[in-house]
Design a protein around this ligand. Sequence first.
Ligand SMILES: Nc1ncnc2c1ncn2[C@@H]1O[C@H](COP(=O)(O)OP(=O)(O)OP(=O)(O)O)[C@@H](O)[C@H]1O
Ligand SMILES: [Mg+2]
Length: 445
Amino acid sequence: MSLRARINAPEAPHGQQEESHLVAVYRAKLLEEIDLAEMSSLAAAERRIRLERVLGHIISREGPVLSTHERAMLIRRVVDEALGLGILEPLLEDASITEIMVNGPDQVFVERAGRVELLPIRFSSHEQLMQTIERIVSTVNRRVDESNPMVDARLPSGERVNVIIPPLSLTGATLTIRRFPRAFTLHEMIGLGSLDEQMLMLLSGLVRAKFNVIVSGATGSGKTTLLNALSGLIPEGERIITIEDAAELQLQQNHVISLESRPANVEGKGRITIRDLVRNSLRMRPDRIIVGEVRGGETLDMLQAMSTGHDGSLATVHANNAEDALMRLQTLASMSEVKVPYEALRDQINSAVDCIVQLSRFADGSRRISEIAILDSHGREEYRIVTVCRFAARPMGADGVVHGAFEYHPLPRRVADRLRMANEPIPPAFGVADSEEQLAAREAK
Ligand SMILES: Nc1ncnc2c1ncn2[C@@H]1O[C@H](COP(=O)(O)OP(=O)(O)OP(=O)(O)O)[C@@H](O)[C@H]1O
Ligand SMILES: [Mg+2]
């Protein structure tokens, strides 16, 4: 049955209680007969096959009167329950769902195509929800209980899972599952209206000509997705090191080293931070460093790396516009234990950051580049941000869709020169700004 059919199925069809009873009985019998330790060493697909086989034997032995279809359904349901995540299972199978949010046993929300909807399904009890949560976190050897009421983990299949339970959560046990983000190509993103060909030409030139680019946006605005797509523009032959909290980037080049930070273990030991990894990466002769998201003191190390020979590096930061992104980088860099005076930080950012690509999530759920800004200041100057592209949104109409247009502004001459030096085209929609001398000469006339 499809996910929708399953979710929309009428409540308690005839015989459902009987069926649930059979499922519970055979689940118990199955759990009696299998060797759990042996099961855990098997891959997921093999585990399912093994369970189905054992259960098939049990059913044949006990001989309840079942049609072939009933028998198949029973096996499927028992194995799903024994192995899987109950009502979450079909949601996880549904590729159109990008996020699953369980707020206590009675509320299950999902996000589809950028929109959040409440589903007409619920867990039968708090205990059933807790069992599902325990099953999820135990696959990554973590535990959730009153003394450890918050867990953030990544499943082997790539989903990011966050759990917070009472007494911290007053809403009840809360589970958030973020699907492993689908890798969009830049052309697919053009198809979605997130950028256009002219912007792609500019961004391709900037990445290939080794500008340092910061992708900025709010939570869930598409930073990681864009970072991944931009990384795809890096030419083969360069040594790329990616650094992330939860490895999400999927680079296609053949010379890539992926590093992932590690939380402390149950005894509070063994933590490796993004900062440790950024520092270590500098000793690995990288051509480019890609930092999934800067959140703390590692920002200073990253900025230093960017301004000392690791041009063409990419990172994301959580901010609402280009100016805010610079302020945020500055604040984060100042969180480093090395105390750097404000002017020196500005100097650092001025020499490290070349371009900020701002992403926004719009009211209709669409994500797009809302601004491309060049940082055109140098040394200890105040930041001078030149917006070269902006999305001008029109008020939302009756269709509930955000319409608008990208606007382009001339590229600062220094940027154009650097693109030309690298043999990259200047996108015609942008053009090049007059130099200061030309402007002065024209004004003098
Ligand atoms: N341009 C796009 N168009 C449509 N959907 C997108 C686009 N970019 C990203 N998405 C979807 O939006 C969701 C969030 O994307 P992503 O993880 O890249 O965001 P993020 O800003 O990195 O989030 P976080 O702040 O949590 O790290 C994903 O489901 C992703 O597939
Ligand atoms: Mg992200």
